[in-house]
Design a protein around this ligand. Sequence first.
Ligand SMILES: Cc1cc2nc3c(=O)[nH]c(=O)nc-3n(C[C@H](O)[C@H](O)[C@H](O)COP(=O)(O)OP(=O)(O)OC[C@H]3O[C@@H](n4cnc5c(N)ncnc54)[C@H](O)[C@@H]3O)c2cc1C
Ligand SMILES: *[C@@H]1O[C@H](CO)[C@@H](O)[C@H](O)[C@H]1NC(C)=O
Ligand SMILES: *[C@@H]1O[C@H](CO)[C@@H](O)[C@H](O)[C@H]1NC(C)=O
Ligand SMILES: *[C@@H]1O[C@H](CO)[C@@H](O)[C@H](O)[C@H]1NC(C)=O
Ligand SMILES: *[C@@H]1O[C@H](CO)[C@@H](O)[C@H](O)[C@H]1NC(C)=O
Length: 622
Amino acid sequence: MSTFLIIQFVLLFYDTKCSLTTDYYMKLIHQETLKVLTSVLPEQNEEFKGADSETTNAFGTYDFVIVGAGSAGSVLATRLSEIDNFRILLLEAGGEENDFSNIPGLGPLLQIGDLNWGYSTTPQKHSCLGMKNKKCLIPQGKVVGGSSSTNGILYSRGAAKDYDKWAEMGNTGWSYKHVLPYFIKSENSQVDGDVGYHGKGGLWNVEHTEKSPFFSRLVEASLELNLPVVDYNGKDQIGLGLTQFNMKRGKRQSLGTAFLDGARKRRNLVVVTRALVTKLCIDLETKITRGVEFIHRNQTFRALVTNEVILSVGAINSPQLLMLSGIGPKHHLEDLGIKVLADLPVGQNLIDHPMFSGLRIHTQDSIQPPDFATMVEEFTHAFGPLTKSYNMHALMFINTTNISDKLPDVEYIFVPPSGNNEARMVSKIFNSDNKLTQFLEEINPTNDIYVAVVLLHERSRGTVTLKSTNPLDFPNIDTNMLAEPEDVDTFIKGIEFALKLFETRAFREINAEPKLIQFCKEFGQGSRQYWECALRHMTLTTYHPCGTTAMGVDGTMSVVDSKLKVHGIQGLRVVDAGVFPSSVSGHINAPTVMVAEKISDDIKREYGFEENTEGGINHTEL
Ligand SMILES: Cc1cc2nc3c(=O)[nH]c(=O)nc-3n(C[C@H](O)[C@H](O)[C@H](O)COP(=O)(O)OP(=O)(O)OC[C@H]3O[C@@H](n4cnc5c(N)ncnc54)[C@H](O)[C@@H]3O)c2cc1C
Ligand SMILES: *[C@@H]1O[C@H](CO)[C@@H](O)[C@H](O)[C@H]1NC(C)=O
Ligand SMILES: *[C@@H]1O[C@H](CO)[C@@H](O)[C@H](O)[C@H]1NC(C)=O
Ligand SMILES: *[C@@H]1O[C@H](CO)[C@@H](O)[C@H](O)[C@H]1NC(C)=O
Ligand SMILES: *[C@@H]1O[C@H](CO)[C@@H](O)[C@H](O)[C@H]1NC(C)=O
């Protein structure tokens, strides 16, 4: 996370003599960084324009068609293709991952690069007020591995109580006791975590980056406030924990890399990239799913299924595709002239994790980053700044009303200073307006700590709706963050607790001091109105959209049942972050993977094959 300086360094040091790999990475970073920083986000799905829609070509018949090779789709395709008898087609709109996208330290650039769909919110009323046109960006990966190929690679599962709540809502089989084995199944943990909570033989690697002196200071401060140091993916989540990342020897491990790369060698799995699915083909009378239509290389194809279509295109695109195919809120579909197959609350329960990005703490402690060539050299040896995703060093989870409650309501992401001036990049990924950009430019890159405050269980709900019936148009995404006053209250309690942390002895030693946000100054620094102003200007998303195709008992409040089958339609499941019925207390990639692991077993069982919970693969070589 060092773009601005990287550009300067690249220009200065481009000719230094380096090893072959270092030289390769320096060139690559130079090219890609410039490309991203000068790029403009698309307004539509341009690359699929110009397809011939007159003729539809047959693409064969499969047992399963999985749409979307993201976090969930990659896991499903891998697990289902363990059964030799299943013939599977996996369709993905994006292309392949590359060496650049696998550098954790440059992950922020992927949010605005060409592996991203390019979505933003509709103009917001209650949040995003510091962004151009009051729109926050909503990045989503458009590449094999999906958002796991462009995300912050934080590995976090949430609280046990989150899943017990899913079960209490009527979703049989989703309590913590039932889902824990599936978290463990995928994991190959290299961290010294709590015994009984981690997998060591799974496909997906989890590791730490090297500890910094900053972490020791945080530990001291936490202990002073009676907060323990924990493995937040283990027995107790409340407290401070060193970040766990999905990487392997310093490089990103997306679900594309960890799962799909191996499975793609199997003869019963066909993967087509740069294939945009535009429609699900469902029988009007019988409501049986027959297949999908997609655009690939400017041609229109139809693939048929004997068993099921599994939709795994993510919490934004799954609702879009369902609505385009006649599954969604009746009135909304009728307004657009779409024939209604099932009247369901598709896109109606958008949940995210609002994240306040305005808490910056100035200190007297300063760091000096290595020069660019050294950073790249270190990366090739699996350490240093380029292995550090967003430079996130530690997470803390607390409940702001009751410190001994096991269900947190706020999370902190601690980011020590990187030493590099990142204002230009950050302002682009925030879409910040002039006055917010000015605040970002005032941040001292060598001395200032950033604490992102994340609201784990927002009350506000957003929506995903159709802009038009054109599948190449982007959907309307209204996150509606901070609409409920209670969300602002919890946030302010969260900010107040964070400030206490910086008043401990450990941080007084380096004169820690919160930075003033000039454009909210009129409200009086530290007042409730001051923080509310800051919140409404500088709250964006943690990029965790979910809940838009929620699971539940019937079609009034939910879209799919507890086996993730769409209510009232045959042969159609949705398996992605959209199915979460309520929020989880952490980052949502691992929970999405868990969902896909669990449903893979359910599907195998349903079609007469032994499920495979323990991860002992016996059907085909991985
Ligand atoms: C910038 C960012 C940072 C994040 N950081 C973290 C983090 O640090 N830790 C964490 O746990 N979570 C993080 N997340 C969230 C997490 O990565 C996602 O929630 C998770 O990957 C969602 O998985 P999914 O399978 O639901 O969707 P995705 O992984 O997004 O997969 C959907 C796939 O479907 C494809 N697709 C979409 N529409 C179509 C179509 N019509 N036809 C064909 N293919 C289509 C997409 O191209 C994509 O590959 C982050 C997300 C983002 C965007
Ligand atoms: C599709 O057609 C458009 C316009 O005819 C063209 O610009 C584009 O390169 C074609 N795309 C592919 C993948 O062939
Ligand atoms: C705080 O949480 C603990 C543990 O869940 C519980 O026993 C206690 O009653 C809670 N206290 C309050 C004031 O809610
Ligand atoms: C926080 O603690 C309170 C009081 O113990 C409890 O009622 C609540 O469920 C906890 N979690 C959240 C997310 O509010
Ligand atoms: C795996 O398959 C082989 C051959 O089909 C069989 O002999 C063996 O018992 C199987 N192992 C397990 C663990 O199921």
